[in-house]
Design a binder for this molecule. Sequence first.
Ligand SMILES: [Zn+2]
Length: 276
Amino acid sequence: MPELPEVETICRGVRPHLLGKKFCHFWHSGKQLRHTVPTVVIKQQILGQNVSKVTRRAKYLLVHFDNGALLAFHFGMTGNLGIFSPKYQRATHCHLVFTLDDNQELRYTDTRRFGAVECIGKDEAPFLEKIFFAKTGPEPFSEEFNATYLFNTAKNKKLAIKPFLMDNRVVAGIGNIYANEALFSSGISPHHQVSALSKKQWHTLITEIRKVLDKAINCGGSTISDYVNAAQQPGYFQMHFNVYGRRGEPCPCCGVALKKTEIRGRASYFCPKCQR
Ligand SMILES: [Zn+2]
């Protein structure tokens, strides 16, 4: 499943191919994605418009147009976007094709069709954060995501740190893998009560979350060319994980066997010695 680093990688991959380009034509396979594809709105709002920005918010990739409208892609389980020459045959599970004025095609493929595309019209776009992202917390790389914010958000809550970190209302886009990895590098047990964490611990955790995400983005960055040109298949990269998926293996720091437990139904891997 694409997490924040994968979406960021796709975003960085397609951005240079889209900036300043005009969207000239739109094709839809007719298949339903997670929601109905807003074909009419897409044609009204973005055809004939130039791309002004390509950004990411949480796990959404946003294509902004000169008239203020935007397209929001969510990749679900198996979604992917890529830039292709029209000569290159469309994949079986290609569901959306946007033809650009340089004749290249932005194609959305999705085998399981849990992804979605939304078109936010120019009238709604200024209220994007208030409507579309009303329940989404700050970005992990933003200034708002700081120790004071986390300390205050957590202080009266009875909750383990791991599900807290995975709550999209607290911080955007941290999934299971990166929550496990960031807690390990911070030396904090996934069971630790959020209200008992000090500001210093929150500070460490923020630093480690950013490091883990950066590492994953950089790892994906080296495979960007594959995203854009090749296989038309979800090519989500596998990076090396310290604890995720490693039950019973020796901790990379102390050598003690790593443990696995379930916290709120999600697999949690940790070192019983290094994480307190
Ligand atoms: Zn250890």
